[in-house]
Design a protein around this ligand. Structure first.
Ligand code: SAM
Length: 291
């Protein structure tokens, strides 16, 4: 369908520069709220989970000329954060990019649990850092003496370093498997080990929303057949790297939270418990290494 200027608006004055007609561009209402309502309707039709919020943010972010393209991307279920290029995480605005896991609101609770346990000069380690969100929050909101992050993805390591530099957070980011890139001098000296690792079981991928399944990197999501593979490794490695009475904090899949807590207890941790996220789902396992 050709969507040119409506006859009601009249023809442009003769001396106005001739503007090329973009045949695919819809005519957006001039009023911003009306524009957002129109966009929300389209997003609702595309089964986007929170169409009103996304429409408001898209309309605020896009020029009227650029809006159609951004709406089409969201209709195709590209994550809003990638379209906007940024996400707010606690007190920082972080860059996000395709190929690196997008930080989620529930992980702000994990970061908060870590921050609460960080004393003056404490050593904090965050394997699986992704965009650096948790490590940056700890470095900027706590009196930590050192914050070390790792990720197996070079794209994540690059983005975490960029994000840390952009907000002036002092963290070291190393590429590699879980805790193995850390200097061995830290063995037995880590006060807080905090991680949001891959915890989806292979068979669960089919049930994920398109924003997650199609856009988050598979290695960031999937742990293995049971979903416990990476958390089990972190529980085991924590026993070598944590200082006596150091805390292990793990974000996990809600249905596996209790089982993960029992695994930490069986591995010899104490004060083991499960903490709920902002939506009341069991999401974080906390465990303290015995003295
Ligand atoms: C669920 S994402 C979490 C990212 C970030 N911590 C957050 O909460 O936004 C998991 C991250 O772990 C990384 N990862 C997966 N396996 C890893 C491993 N064996 N060692 C280190 N990082 C790993 C992925 O590249 C991804 O960035």
């Amino acid at each position: 369908m050709v969507r040119g200027p409506s006859p009601a608006r009249g023809a442009p004055p003769h001396d106005a520069p001739e503007r090329p007609l973009d045949e695919d561009a819809p005519e957006w209402p001039v009023d911003e709220r009306e524009r957002a309502r129109r966009v929300a309707g389209r997003l609702r039709d595309a089964e986007v989970p929170d169409p009103d919020t996304d429409a408001r943010l898209l309309v605020r972010h896009a020029s009227p000329e650029g809006l159609a393209e951004l709406v089409a991307r969201r209709e195709a279920r590209e994550p809003l954060q990638l379209i906007l290029g940024a996400v707010g995480f606690r007190y920082s605005d972080l860059e996000v990019r395709p190929g690196v896991f997008i930080p989620r609101p529930e992980t702000e609770v994990l970061a908060g649990e870590a921050i609460e346990r960080v004393g003056e000069g404490a050593v904090v380690v965050e394997p699986c850092t992704g965009s650096g969100a948790v490590a940056i929050a700890v470095a900027t909101e706590s009196p930590a003496g050192a914050v070390h992050a790792t990720d197996s993805s070079p794209h994540a390591v690059d983005l975490a370093r960029r994000n840390a530099a952009a907000v002036g957070a002092e963290i070291s980011v190393r590429e590699g498997d879980l805790l193995s890139p850390l200097p061995s001098a830290l063995l037995g000296r880590v006060d807080v080990l905090v991680a949001n690792p891959p915890y989806v079981a292979t068979a669960e991928v089919a049930g994920l929303e398109p924003e997650v399944a199609d856009w988050d990197p598979r290695d960031a999501l999937v742990s293995g057949p049971t979903g416990h593979e990476v958390t089990d490794r972190l529980i085991a490695q924590g026993r070598r790297w944590l200082a006596p009475e150091g805390w292990l904090l793990l974000e996990v899949a809600a249905p596996r939270a209790e089982a993960t807590a029992r695994r930490a207890e069986a591995a010899g941790y104490e004060a083991v418990g499960v903490i709920e996220d902002l939506t009341g789902r069991e999401r974080i396992v906390r465990a303290r290494l015995r003295r």
